[in-house]
Design a protein around this ligand. Structure first.
Ligand code: ATP
Length: 777
């Protein structure tokens, strides 16, 4: 296939002269399909569904299910769980078109088989494997929520005198927020109780970080794996649920591995803590290794044999075909190839049909967005307009939502630029064309060095299949792989589970907080090496999360509840102590750090660096990066006029700053709840006063309570040598301290890219290291 190219300006005039043809990369393309926008094209398919819907046969069943629910219905509590009160959701009849599309899904014909498998009192685990788009995520919870075993019941857990309510709701987990929220929206419409403002009742809800929408009467709740793990800390037997559906298990995130470990514990302890009422577990994926899952659930060391309790259902086929195209040979420059392919599709393929392109990271997406938008300005009037929507994990929920809305204007194509967050589970409405760059940024942790690397690496076959599965969901689709067929054949079948390649600190803390005494014998599908676990135990002890005998401390319990890595949790706990008293400032800093790749845009040209460097002087601090983050947040929230304009002037990442505000709000709320802060806090905007150097030192010292082990001393040869491990590190070029010599430094991140780098660096005194290492809670 010839390579396409971005039209050089000189040739653009030709488009205006000869509107039927354009030349890209030396090849002429016809624009016939676009020539008469009014008659030939339609806007991309709208996804908003009518609110007034026709009554269907299914509604009768649903209404009776709901009237049964009336007797023991639920009202949301502050913690997002449902109570046992009487109030049924108001039913809106289901759209006939939606029902028809459900019935056309391959999984529809397996409805009875799935229901029968779980009705069997001996079967508590169902493994469901079906192709992408076969209907697993949207349909399975709907097949199950009216089953009699799914009713809320009263039971007396062993050792308790009182009856408690058990079951009534189905939890369905997703690896990411975007999948959980969009699936909840879709399923809520399919069951006829669409989610929305002013709709307190409904059968479907969701719970993700920053957002909990759990209407009264919720029977199906979509959650991220992390949110369900948080619920496990409060409710170790998951008593509010009758079933937990673990979707997209093939992703093997650290959270999902922990989650199935806890589920297995609940399954194998005889449900005593649930008053004998079983919890059903459904494991789903298009690309999972069934043998691994079967082995995990049927061979519990030291417990009864589960082999009869596990069933497997396989669903064949997908609704629409996806044509897969490979490059004839490897492409030299991925970013360039992505741009060319996207623009080529835009010129060659007719509307309707949006594009979803997979990039490696936020930075790559942002630079591509800029180029495509610039290019869109110069398109001839008879070529469709372009709406670019970025989609990556750190983008705020509102920012992500755009990608799921129709382009919004006639004769416009939506082009979604995504990281692998759109790889599994999601349906991006309108998408017919997928472009897969064949790479993803993957975090790898080297426990001995305590160092993380984030490098773009080739994806697995499983990822490639998932990516192509994003096309062909609403009609036949095409997937353009920017690698050759033989390259695809060389990919590993699946990715290495996260637990084997990342820091297990937070996983060990979660286990401890959930009462796991011996972490090494916790049931895991893949066990990290004992060195990594021991290191995590030692670090948690240093952070004050574990006592000398390995039990969780009160401080550790609080850290486990906070939605940030344990070292930042330790910083917040220290900040609440009278000698530091800087929780508000610590939250500002942590919010900036955890909001995305960086709040400061990286500037390519030296000219731009010089120009912005002068402007950024007003926020840069000689103490280093963390006080610079603090000043940035204080200036941003203190901005009275136009915060976006302020970001533009200083070349700050507007999206990340907005996300930082969300995190700040959430952390403030949690710190008030945990009594680390006393309210009320002054409302923004507050007048900006630069923090004085004495207070700045106090804040840096407070951060050392979480990062005392991430320190380095200046050696006589001018290099920095880490206190732990004695490795040479360089200050990262993105740091305000880059190129400077300080007595000692503390860094919050240790990464390897082309060199061993310390990131987010602060200047410290050597004696502060001793103080921090000797301190204990
Ligand atoms: N938000 C949505 N908007 C429009 N259609 C949707 C939406 N979500 C799902 N669908 C439709 O429902 C079909 C089934 O989606 P579902 O997510 O249940 O499949 P799946 O088998 O779980 O796929 P995967 O394995 O890729 O997650 C999609 O192919 C699409 O046609």
């Amino acid at each position: 296939m010839p390579s396409a190219g971005v039209e050089p300006p000189a040739k653009r005039r030709k488009w205006q002269k000869d509107a039927n043809m354009v030349t890209i990369g030396g090849k002429a393309f016809s624009l016939e399909g676009y020539l008469d926008p009014t008659s030939r094209s339609e806007p991309t398919k709208a996804t908003t569904l009518p609110e007034t819907l026709a009554t269907t046969a299914d509604d009768k069943t649903k209404c009776s299910a709901l009237s049964a629910e009336k007797k023991s219905d639920s009202r949301p509590r502050k913690d997002g769980r449902t109570g046992d009160r009487t109030r049924a959701p108001k039913i809106v009849a289901e759209d006939a078109a939606l029902l028809k599309s459900r019935q056309e899904l391959p999984i529809w014909h397996h409805r009875s088989e799935i229901q029968a498998a779980l009705r069997n009192p001996d079967c508590n685990v169902l493994v469901l494997v079906g192709e992408t788009g076969s209907g697993k995520s949207t349909q399975v919870p709907q097949f199950l929520y009216q089953e009699s075993w799914c009713r809320r019941r009263k039971a007396k857990p062993s050792g308790s005198q009182d009856e408690v309510a058990v079951g009534g709701t189905i939890a369905i987990t997703q690896p990411r927020r975007v999948a959980a929220t969009t699936l909840a929206q879709r399923v809520s419409r399919e069951v006829g109780t669409p989610l929305g403002k002013g709709k307190p009742d409904g059968l479907v809800g969701y719970s993700v970080r920053f957002d909990h929408v759990v209407p009264r009467g919720t029977k199906i709740k979509f959650l991220t794996e992390g949110t369900l793990l948080q619920e496990l800390l409060r409710d170790p037997q998951l008593r509010q649920y009758s079933a937990v559906i673990v979707d997209e298990i093939h992703e093997r995130s650290l959270d999902v591995d922990l989650l199935v470990g806890f589920l297995k514990q609940i399954l194998t302890d005889g449900f005593h803590g649930r008053g004998g009422i079983p919890l059903k577990v459904v494991i789903m994926s298009a690309t999972a290794d069934v043998d691994v899952i079967r082995k995990f659930f049927t061979n519990p060391p030291g417990s009864d044999n589960m082999s009869e309790r596990l069933q497997v259902v396989r669903i064949k086929g997908r609704q629409y075909p996806v044509e897969i195209m490979h490059e004839p040979r490897p492409v030299p420059d991925i970013q360039d190839a992505l741009m060319k392919r996207i623009l080529k599709i835009h010129l060659e393929e007719p509307l309707p049909g949006d594009i979803l392109a997979f990039f490696t990271g936020q930075e790559e997406i942002e630079s591509a967005q800029k180029l495509i938008e610039e290019h869109a300005q110069s398109l001839a009037s008879n070529v469709p307009k372009i709406k670019v929507c970025p989609l990556y994990g750190q983008l705020s929920m509102e920012g992500q939502r755009d990608a799921f809305m129709p382009a919004g204007a006639p004769f416009t194509r939506k082009i979604v630029l995504a990281t692998n967050i759109a790889e599994t589970s999601v349906t991006v409405p309108g998408v017919r064309y997928v472009v897969d760059c064949g790479k993803a940024k993957v975090k790898k942790y080297r426990p001995r060095l305590g160092m993380e690397s984030l490098l773009a690496t080739v994806i697995s076959k499983s990822s490639a299949l998932q990516r192509s599965g994003r096309a062909g969901r609403e009609g036949p689709g095409k997937c353009f792989r920017l690698y050759s067929e033989s390259t695809f054949e060389s990919f590993q079948d699946s990715d290495l589970p996260e637990i084997l390649r990342s820091d297990v600190l937070s996983a060990v803390l979660t286990m401890k907080a959930r009462g796991v005494g011996d972490v090494l014998s916790f049931p895991l599908m893949d066990t990290p090496d004992s060195d990594s676990i021991e290191r995590a135990l030692l670090q948690l002890h240093y952070l004050g999360a574990l006592s000398g005998d390995g039990a969780i401390t009160l401080a550790g319990e609080t850290m486990a509840k906070l939605p940030i890595p344990a070292p930042y949790g330790a910083v917040l706990l220290a900040a609440a102590r009278p000698e530091f008293d800087c929780v508000v400032e610590a939250i500002d800093i942590i919010s900036c750090i955890t909001s995305g790749e960086d709040i400061f845009l990286q500037l390519q040209s030296e000219e731009a660096q010089e120009e912005v460097g002068a402007l950024r002087k007003e926020i840069q601090r000689r103490e280093g990066d963390i006080i610079t983050y603090l000043t940035s947040m204080q200036r941003y929230t203190g901005e009275n006029a136009d915060r976006n304009e302020w970001c533009k002037r200083l070349r700050m990442n507007m999206r990340n700053m907005r996300q930082a505000l969300n995190i700040r709000r959430q952390l403030r709320g949690m710190c008030l709840k945990e009594k680390l802060l006393t309210g009320p806090l002054p409302a923004d905007p507050q007048p900006f006063t630069p923090i004085d150097p004495v207070r700045a030192d106090i804040i840096v010292k407070c951060f050392m309570r979480g990062f005392g082990l991430k320190t380095a001393m200046l050696a006589p040869d001018g290099s920095y040598v880490t206190v732990q491990g004695k490795h040479v590190v360089a200050i990262h070029p993105a740091s305000v301290l880059h190129g400077q010599k300080k007595e000692a430094i503390m860094f919050l991140e240790h990464v390897f890219t082309n060199k061993n780098y310390a990131k987010r660096v602060s200047a410290i005194r050597a004696n502060w290291i001793v103080e921090a290492l000797e301190s204990r809670y």
